[in-house]
Design a protein around this ligand. Structure first.
Ligand code: GDP
Ligand code: MG
Length: 372
Protein backbone atom coordinates (compact mmCIF):
# COMPACT_ATOMS: atom_id res chain seq x y z
CA UNK A 1 0.00 0.00 0.00
CA UNK A 2 2.70 2.43 1.06
CA UNK A 3 4.79 1.47 -1.93
CA UNK A 4 1.90 2.20 -4.36
CA UNK A 5 1.36 5.60 -2.74
CA UNK A 6 5.04 6.38 -3.09
CA UNK A 7 4.97 5.39 -6.77
CA UNK A 8 1.95 7.68 -7.43
CA UNK A 9 3.63 10.64 -5.65
CA UNK A 10 6.83 9.99 -7.61
CA UNK A 11 4.93 9.95 -10.90
CA UNK A 12 3.07 13.20 -10.08
CA UNK A 13 6.36 14.95 -9.22
CA UNK A 14 8.04 13.75 -12.43
CA UNK A 15 5.07 14.85 -14.52
CA UNK A 16 5.10 18.34 -12.95
CA UNK A 17 8.81 18.68 -13.61
CA UNK A 18 8.26 17.78 -17.26
CA UNK A 19 5.41 20.24 -17.69
CA UNK A 20 6.96 23.21 -15.82
CA UNK A 21 9.35 24.40 -18.61
CA UNK A 22 6.50 24.29 -21.09
CA UNK A 23 4.29 26.44 -18.82
CA UNK A 24 7.18 28.89 -18.33
CA UNK A 25 7.77 29.19 -22.07
CA UNK A 26 4.12 29.80 -22.79
CA UNK A 27 3.99 32.49 -20.12
CA UNK A 28 7.05 34.40 -21.33
CA UNK A 29 5.86 34.29 -24.95
CA UNK A 30 2.61 35.88 -23.90
CA UNK A 31 4.45 38.59 -21.96
CA UNK A 32 6.71 39.38 -24.92
CA UNK A 33 3.87 39.81 -27.33
CA UNK A 34 2.12 42.15 -24.88
CA UNK A 35 5.32 44.24 -24.68
CA UNK A 36 5.65 44.30 -28.45
CA UNK A 37 2.33 46.00 -28.70
CA UNK A 38 3.42 48.58 -26.16
CA UNK A 39 6.78 49.50 -27.68
CA UNK A 40 5.30 49.72 -31.15
CA UNK A 41 7.91 51.25 -33.46
CA UNK A 42 10.86 49.68 -31.71
CA UNK A 43 10.13 46.20 -33.01
CA UNK A 44 12.72 45.19 -35.55
CA UNK A 45 10.89 44.99 -38.84
CA UNK A 46 11.62 43.10 -41.99
CA UNK A 47 13.34 45.60 -44.27
CA UNK A 48 11.04 46.73 -47.01
CA UNK A 49 12.10 45.41 -50.36
CA UNK A 50 13.68 47.88 -52.68
CA UNK A 51 12.94 45.68 -55.67
CA UNK A 52 12.66 47.76 -58.76
CA UNK A 53 9.33 48.06 -60.50
CA UNK A 54 6.92 47.45 -57.65
CA UNK A 55 5.23 50.06 -55.60
CA UNK A 56 3.27 47.73 -53.39
CA UNK A 57 5.72 47.92 -50.50
CA UNK A 58 3.91 50.81 -48.91
CA UNK A 59 1.75 49.63 -46.03
CA UNK A 60 -1.95 50.03 -46.49
CA UNK A 61 -3.47 53.28 -45.25
CA UNK A 62 -5.40 51.40 -42.56
CA UNK A 63 -2.20 50.28 -40.85
CA UNK A 64 -0.56 53.69 -40.87
CA UNK A 65 -1.28 56.97 -39.29
CA UNK A 66 -0.46 59.67 -41.80
CA UNK A 67 0.82 63.04 -40.56
CA UNK A 68 -2.04 65.27 -39.60
CA UNK A 69 -3.38 67.37 -42.44
CA UNK A 70 -3.08 70.97 -41.42
CA UNK A 71 -5.08 73.77 -42.97
CA UNK A 72 -3.31 75.52 -45.87
CA UNK A 73 -0.62 77.94 -44.77
CA UNK A 74 -1.97 81.31 -43.79
CA UNK A 75 -0.13 84.25 -45.25
CA UNK A 76 3.60 84.39 -44.77
CA UNK A 77 3.15 87.67 -42.96
CA UNK A 78 0.89 86.13 -40.36
CA UNK A 79 3.24 83.21 -39.80
CA UNK A 80 6.13 85.58 -39.28
CA UNK A 81 4.30 87.61 -36.66
CA UNK A 82 6.60 86.47 -33.85
CA UNK A 83 9.66 87.77 -35.66
CA UNK A 84 7.87 90.99 -36.52
CA UNK A 85 6.58 91.58 -33.00
CA UNK A 86 10.12 91.26 -31.64
CA UNK A 87 11.19 94.10 -33.93
CA UNK A 88 8.14 96.31 -34.32
CA UNK A 89 8.01 97.57 -30.72
CA UNK A 90 11.53 98.98 -31.05
CA UNK A 91 10.85 100.25 -34.54
CA UNK A 92 8.18 102.56 -33.15
CA UNK A 93 10.84 104.45 -31.20
CA UNK A 94 12.90 104.94 -34.33
CA UNK A 95 10.01 105.84 -36.56
CA UNK A 96 8.76 108.62 -34.33
CA UNK A 97 12.02 110.58 -34.12
CA UNK A 98 14.63 112.30 -36.20
CA UNK A 99 17.95 110.71 -37.01
CA UNK A 100 20.39 111.04 -34.10
CA UNK A 101 23.50 109.21 -32.77
CA UNK A 102 21.34 107.25 -30.32
CA UNK A 103 19.04 106.20 -33.15
CA UNK A 104 21.98 104.61 -34.96
CA UNK A 105 22.89 102.72 -31.81
CA UNK A 106 19.31 101.59 -31.33
CA UNK A 107 19.15 100.38 -34.90
CA UNK A 108 22.34 98.38 -34.50
CA UNK A 109 21.09 96.75 -31.32
CA UNK A 110 17.78 95.95 -32.93
CA UNK A 111 19.39 94.21 -35.90
CA UNK A 112 21.78 92.22 -33.73
CA UNK A 113 18.99 91.12 -31.41
CA UNK A 114 17.01 89.94 -34.45
CA UNK A 115 20.00 87.68 -35.25
CA UNK A 116 21.16 89.57 -38.30
CA UNK A 117 24.69 88.96 -37.00
CA UNK A 118 27.29 91.50 -35.89
CA UNK A 119 29.28 91.54 -39.12
CA UNK A 120 26.22 91.88 -41.33
CA UNK A 121 24.68 94.50 -39.04
CA UNK A 122 27.79 96.69 -39.04
CA UNK A 123 28.02 96.43 -42.79
CA UNK A 124 24.40 97.38 -43.45
CA UNK A 125 24.46 100.21 -40.91
CA UNK A 126 27.63 101.65 -42.46
CA UNK A 127 26.06 101.65 -45.88
CA UNK A 128 22.92 103.15 -44.44
CA UNK A 129 24.92 106.00 -42.90
CA UNK A 130 26.32 106.74 -46.33
CA UNK A 131 22.85 106.64 -47.88
CA UNK A 132 21.51 108.94 -45.16
CA UNK A 133 24.32 111.40 -45.90
CA UNK A 134 23.99 111.32 -49.68
CA UNK A 135 20.19 111.39 -49.72
CA UNK A 136 20.03 113.86 -46.81
CA UNK A 137 17.62 111.69 -44.83
CA UNK A 138 16.19 113.35 -41.73
CA UNK A 139 13.55 111.20 -40.11
CA UNK A 140 13.48 107.72 -38.63
CA UNK A 141 10.77 106.74 -41.10
CA UNK A 142 13.01 107.69 -44.04
CA UNK A 143 15.83 105.76 -42.43
CA UNK A 144 13.71 102.62 -42.09
CA UNK A 145 12.59 102.82 -45.69
CA UNK A 146 16.23 103.01 -46.76
CA UNK A 147 17.08 100.10 -44.45
CA UNK A 148 14.41 97.92 -46.05
CA UNK A 149 15.73 98.86 -49.48
CA UNK A 150 19.26 97.83 -48.50
CA UNK A 151 18.13 94.61 -46.96
CA UNK A 152 16.16 93.60 -50.03
CA UNK A 153 19.19 94.42 -52.20
CA UNK A 154 21.34 92.21 -49.98
CA UNK A 155 19.02 89.30 -50.70
CA UNK A 156 19.30 89.47 -54.43
CA UNK A 157 21.04 86.17 -55.25
CA UNK A 158 19.76 83.41 -57.51
CA UNK A 159 17.55 81.06 -55.48
CA UNK A 160 15.76 78.85 -57.96
CA UNK A 161 15.60 75.13 -57.17
CA UNK A 162 17.06 72.99 -59.94
CA UNK A 163 15.52 69.84 -61.34
CA UNK A 164 17.68 69.91 -64.43
CA UNK A 165 19.71 66.75 -64.88
CA UNK A 166 21.43 65.65 -68.04
CA UNK A 167 19.56 63.44 -70.51
CA UNK A 168 18.63 60.08 -68.97
CA UNK A 169 19.75 60.99 -65.45
CA UNK A 170 17.51 61.21 -62.40
CA UNK A 171 17.69 64.51 -60.47
CA UNK A 172 18.46 64.03 -56.78
CA UNK A 173 17.91 66.48 -53.98
CA UNK A 174 19.68 65.65 -50.72
CA UNK A 175 18.56 67.10 -47.39
CA UNK A 176 21.29 67.46 -44.79
CA UNK A 177 21.67 69.05 -41.37
CA UNK A 178 21.91 68.45 -37.65
CA UNK A 179 19.30 66.53 -35.66
CA UNK A 180 15.75 67.73 -35.29
CA UNK A 181 15.98 70.74 -37.60
CA UNK A 182 13.17 69.53 -39.86
CA UNK A 183 14.86 67.58 -42.67
CA UNK A 184 12.30 64.79 -42.90
CA UNK A 185 9.36 67.14 -42.50
CA UNK A 186 10.73 69.46 -45.19
CA UNK A 187 11.12 66.50 -47.56
CA UNK A 188 7.48 65.64 -46.94
CA UNK A 189 6.41 69.20 -47.66
CA UNK A 190 8.52 69.38 -50.83
CA UNK A 191 7.12 66.01 -51.93
CA UNK A 192 3.61 67.32 -51.42
CA UNK A 193 4.36 70.35 -53.57
CA UNK A 194 6.01 68.41 -56.37
CA UNK A 195 3.37 65.67 -56.52
CA UNK A 196 0.63 68.32 -56.50
CA UNK A 197 2.36 69.84 -59.53
CA UNK A 198 2.22 66.46 -61.24
CA UNK A 199 5.82 65.31 -60.76
CA UNK A 200 6.68 61.73 -59.86
CA UNK A 201 8.63 61.76 -56.61
CA UNK A 202 10.57 59.05 -54.81
CA UNK A 203 11.52 59.47 -51.17
CA UNK A 204 14.72 57.72 -50.13
CA UNK A 205 15.16 56.93 -46.44
CA UNK A 206 18.87 57.64 -46.13
CA UNK A 207 18.52 58.08 -42.37
CA UNK A 208 19.26 54.48 -41.47
CA UNK A 209 20.16 55.19 -37.82
CA UNK A 210 16.67 54.59 -36.50
CA UNK A 211 13.80 52.55 -37.91
CA UNK A 212 11.45 55.32 -36.77
CA UNK A 213 13.15 57.78 -39.14
CA UNK A 214 12.28 55.67 -42.18
CA UNK A 215 8.76 55.17 -40.89
CA UNK A 216 8.30 58.93 -40.52
CA UNK A 217 9.35 59.40 -44.15
CA UNK A 218 7.16 56.53 -45.26
CA UNK A 219 4.12 58.28 -43.80
CA UNK A 220 4.89 61.31 -45.91
CA UNK A 221 5.31 59.11 -48.99
CA UNK A 222 1.90 57.64 -48.38
CA UNK A 223 0.35 61.04 -47.78
CA UNK A 224 1.83 62.47 -50.98
CA UNK A 225 1.44 59.36 -53.10
CA UNK A 226 5.19 59.30 -53.62
CA UNK A 227 7.35 56.22 -54.11
CA UNK A 228 9.44 55.14 -51.18
CA UNK A 229 12.67 53.19 -50.76
CA UNK A 230 14.37 52.25 -47.53
CA UNK A 231 17.12 49.93 -46.34
CA UNK A 232 17.40 48.00 -43.15
CA UNK A 233 18.29 49.79 -39.93
CA UNK A 234 22.02 50.51 -39.79
CA UNK A 235 22.46 50.02 -43.55
CA UNK A 236 24.96 52.14 -45.46
CA UNK A 237 23.03 55.33 -46.35
CA UNK A 238 24.92 55.65 -49.64
CA UNK A 239 23.66 52.29 -50.86
CA UNK A 240 20.10 53.16 -49.87
CA UNK A 241 20.29 56.36 -51.89
CA UNK A 242 21.85 54.51 -54.82
CA UNK A 243 19.13 51.82 -54.75
CA UNK A 244 16.56 54.59 -54.64
CA UNK A 245 18.04 56.30 -57.70
CA UNK A 246 18.02 53.04 -59.65
CA UNK A 247 14.44 52.38 -58.61
CA UNK A 248 13.48 55.91 -59.66
CA UNK A 249 15.09 55.40 -63.04
CA UNK A 250 13.28 52.09 -63.59
CA UNK A 251 9.94 53.54 -62.49
CA UNK A 252 10.48 56.73 -64.53
CA UNK A 253 10.14 58.90 -61.45
CA UNK A 254 11.05 62.58 -61.95
CA UNK A 255 13.05 63.29 -58.80
CA UNK A 256 14.54 61.54 -55.78
CA UNK A 257 14.38 63.35 -52.45
CA UNK A 258 17.04 61.84 -50.19
CA UNK A 259 16.78 62.03 -46.41
CA UNK A 260 19.94 61.73 -44.31
CA UNK A 261 20.57 61.15 -40.62
CA UNK A 262 21.07 64.24 -38.50
CA UNK A 263 24.70 64.74 -37.60
CA UNK A 264 26.77 67.22 -35.71
CA UNK A 265 28.84 69.32 -38.06
CA UNK A 266 31.98 68.74 -35.98
CA UNK A 267 31.89 64.93 -36.18
CA UNK A 268 34.47 64.24 -38.84
CA UNK A 269 33.57 60.63 -39.66
CA UNK A 270 29.88 61.48 -40.04
CA UNK A 271 30.71 64.37 -42.31
CA UNK A 272 32.86 62.03 -44.40
CA UNK A 273 29.89 59.68 -44.64
CA UNK A 274 27.90 62.58 -46.04
CA UNK A 275 30.59 63.28 -48.63
CA UNK A 276 30.21 59.66 -49.73
CA UNK A 277 26.41 59.89 -49.86
CA UNK A 278 26.70 62.85 -52.17
CA UNK A 279 29.30 61.18 -54.38
CA UNK A 280 27.25 58.00 -54.71
CA UNK A 281 24.01 59.91 -55.33
CA UNK A 282 25.79 61.66 -58.18
CA UNK A 283 26.74 58.40 -59.84
CA UNK A 284 24.90 57.31 -62.98
CA UNK A 285 21.93 57.23 -63.27
CA UNK A 286 21.68 59.83 -60.51
CA UNK A 287 22.62 63.48 -60.67
CA UNK A 288 22.66 65.66 -57.60
CA UNK A 289 20.89 68.90 -58.47
CA UNK A 290 20.42 70.27 -54.95
CA UNK A 291 22.02 69.69 -51.58
CA UNK A 292 19.74 71.52 -49.19
CA UNK A 293 21.04 72.32 -45.75
CA UNK A 294 18.14 72.48 -43.34
CA UNK A 295 18.64 75.03 -40.55
CA UNK A 296 16.33 75.63 -37.61
CA UNK A 297 15.76 79.40 -37.39
CA UNK A 298 15.33 79.23 -33.63
CA UNK A 299 18.95 78.13 -33.16
CA UNK A 300 20.16 81.48 -34.42
CA UNK A 301 23.82 82.14 -35.18
CA UNK A 302 24.80 78.53 -34.46
CA UNK A 303 23.31 77.76 -37.86
CA UNK A 304 26.18 79.64 -39.47
CA UNK A 305 28.95 77.38 -38.21
CA UNK A 306 26.88 74.35 -39.23
CA UNK A 307 26.59 75.71 -42.73
CA UNK A 308 30.33 76.04 -43.21
CA UNK A 309 31.05 72.41 -42.32
CA UNK A 310 28.18 71.00 -44.33
CA UNK A 311 29.18 73.02 -47.35
CA UNK A 312 32.70 71.63 -47.19
CA UNK A 313 31.47 68.05 -46.81
CA UNK A 314 28.54 67.96 -49.18
CA UNK A 315 28.61 71.05 -51.39
CA UNK A 316 25.46 72.74 -50.11
CA UNK A 317 23.53 74.52 -52.86
CA UNK A 318 20.89 76.20 -50.73
CA UNK A 319 19.25 76.57 -47.35
CA UNK A 320 15.87 75.48 -46.10
CA UNK A 321 15.21 77.66 -43.07
CA UNK A 322 12.62 75.98 -40.86
CA UNK A 323 10.56 76.98 -37.82
CA UNK A 324 10.46 80.65 -38.75
CA UNK A 325 6.90 80.56 -37.45
CA UNK A 326 8.18 80.10 -33.91
CA UNK A 327 11.22 82.32 -34.12
CA UNK A 328 11.80 85.91 -33.12
CA UNK A 329 15.11 85.76 -34.96
CA UNK A 330 14.28 85.99 -38.64
CA UNK A 331 17.40 88.10 -39.18
CA UNK A 332 19.47 84.92 -39.54
CA UNK A 333 18.46 84.98 -43.21
CA UNK A 334 20.65 88.02 -43.83
CA UNK A 335 23.62 86.55 -41.97
CA UNK A 336 23.37 83.29 -43.93
CA UNK A 337 23.27 84.99 -47.29
CA UNK A 338 25.84 87.66 -46.58
CA UNK A 339 28.38 85.75 -44.53
CA UNK A 340 28.10 82.38 -46.26
CA UNK A 341 26.98 83.36 -49.72
CA UNK A 342 24.36 80.60 -49.65
CA UNK A 343 20.86 81.32 -50.92
CA UNK A 344 17.87 80.66 -48.67
CA UNK A 345 15.61 78.76 -51.06
CA UNK A 346 12.71 77.62 -48.91
CA UNK A 347 11.31 78.65 -45.55
CA UNK A 348 9.33 76.50 -43.14
CA UNK A 349 6.42 78.20 -41.43
CA UNK A 350 4.78 75.36 -39.53
CA UNK A 351 4.40 71.61 -39.29
CA UNK A 352 1.71 71.11 -41.93
CA UNK A 353 2.33 69.92 -45.46
CA UNK A 354 1.50 73.36 -46.87
CA UNK A 355 3.84 75.22 -44.54
CA UNK A 356 6.86 75.47 -46.78
CA UNK A 357 7.15 78.36 -49.20
CA UNK A 358 9.69 79.77 -51.61
CA UNK A 359 11.75 82.43 -49.96
CA UNK A 360 10.70 85.81 -51.33
CA UNK A 361 13.02 88.65 -50.11
CA UNK A 362 10.52 91.44 -50.80
CA UNK A 363 7.75 89.69 -48.89
CA UNK A 364 10.12 88.65 -46.12
CA UNK A 365 11.62 92.08 -45.45
CA UNK A 366 8.17 93.67 -45.43
CA UNK A 367 6.90 90.98 -43.07
CA UNK A 368 9.82 91.35 -40.66
CA UNK A 369 10.15 95.14 -40.62
CA UNK A 370 6.57 96.05 -41.42
CA UNK A 371 3.97 97.48 -39.05
CA UNK A 372 2.35 95.02 -36.72
N1 GDP B 1 6.85 74.96 -36.10
C1 GDP B 1 7.54 74.27 -37.01
N2 GDP B 1 7.92 73.01 -36.75
C2 GDP B 1 8.62 72.34 -37.69
C3 GDP B 1 8.97 72.92 -38.92
N3 GDP B 1 9.69 72.01 -39.63
C4 GDP B 1 9.77 70.90 -38.86
N4 GDP B 1 9.13 71.09 -37.69
C5 GDP B 1 9.01 70.15 -36.56
O1 GDP B 1 10.31 69.87 -36.06
C6 GDP B 1 10.37 68.57 -35.52
C7 GDP B 1 11.57 67.81 -36.09
O2 GDP B 1 11.37 67.62 -37.47
P1 GDP B 1 12.04 66.43 -38.30
O3 GDP B 1 11.61 66.60 -39.70
O4 GDP B 1 11.77 65.12 -37.66
O5 GDP B 1 13.58 66.79 -38.11
P2 GDP B 1 14.88 66.02 -38.66
O6 GDP B 1 15.46 65.31 -37.47
O7 GDP B 1 15.80 67.07 -39.15
O8 GDP B 1 14.43 65.09 -39.73
C8 GDP B 1 9.04 67.90 -35.87
O9 GDP B 1 8.20 67.96 -34.75
C9 GDP B 1 8.50 68.79 -36.99
O10 GDP B 1 7.10 68.76 -37.06
C10 GDP B 1 8.56 74.29 -39.18
O11 GDP B 1 8.83 74.91 -40.21
N5 GDP B 1 7.85 74.91 -38.18
MG1 MG C 1 14.67 63.03 -39.89
Amino acid sequence: MNTSLLIVVFLVVMLSLAVLPWIHRAWTTRKTSENDVEVGLEIEEEPISTDIGEKTHLPSPETMQAPEEVAPAASVREKLSKARTAISGRLKGIKGGSISPSMWEELEELLISADVGVETTLDVVNRLRETARVEKLETGTELLDALKRHMKEDLSCERELSLTASEGSVPVWLFVGVNGVGKTTSIGKVARRLTDEGSGVLLAAGDTFRAAAAEQLEKWALLCDADFVRGSEGADPSSVIFDAVEAAKARKVDVVLGDTAGRLHNKVNLMQELTKVRRVADREPGQVCEVLLVIDATTGQNGLSQAQEFTEAAGVTGIVLTKLDGSAKGGIVFAIEKELGLPVKLIGLGEGDGDLVDFDPEQFVEAIFGDD
